[in-house]
Design a protein around this ligand. Structure first.
Ligand SMILES: [Zn+2]
Length: 70
């Protein structure tokens, strides 16, 4: 199986991060969505932060932030 290194840019902090993609028949788009579960491309740090924020919001009985307020 072939391993490909790809560079992505975080949508929140703008940092570039690397991710290894294993060569398969699936498209890159498929791999991306499988990796993060949605269309947002975040670096691992921001991804975890967002996850935590969502969890906190859930436990607090508040709706998760869908769009950041100004
Ligand atoms: Zn980030």
């Amino acid at each position: 199986m072939r391993k490909t290194k790809e560079i992505y840019k975080c949508e929140i902090c703008g940092v570039y991060y690397e991710k290894f993609v294993y060569g398969r028949n699936r498209s890159k788009a498929d791999n991306k969505s499988a990796w993060w579960g949605d269309n947002v491309m975040l670096c691992p740090d921001c991804y975890l932060e967002q996850k935590e924020a969502e969890e906190k919001a859930k436990y607090a009985g508040l709706p998760a932030l869908e769009e950041s307020a100004e």
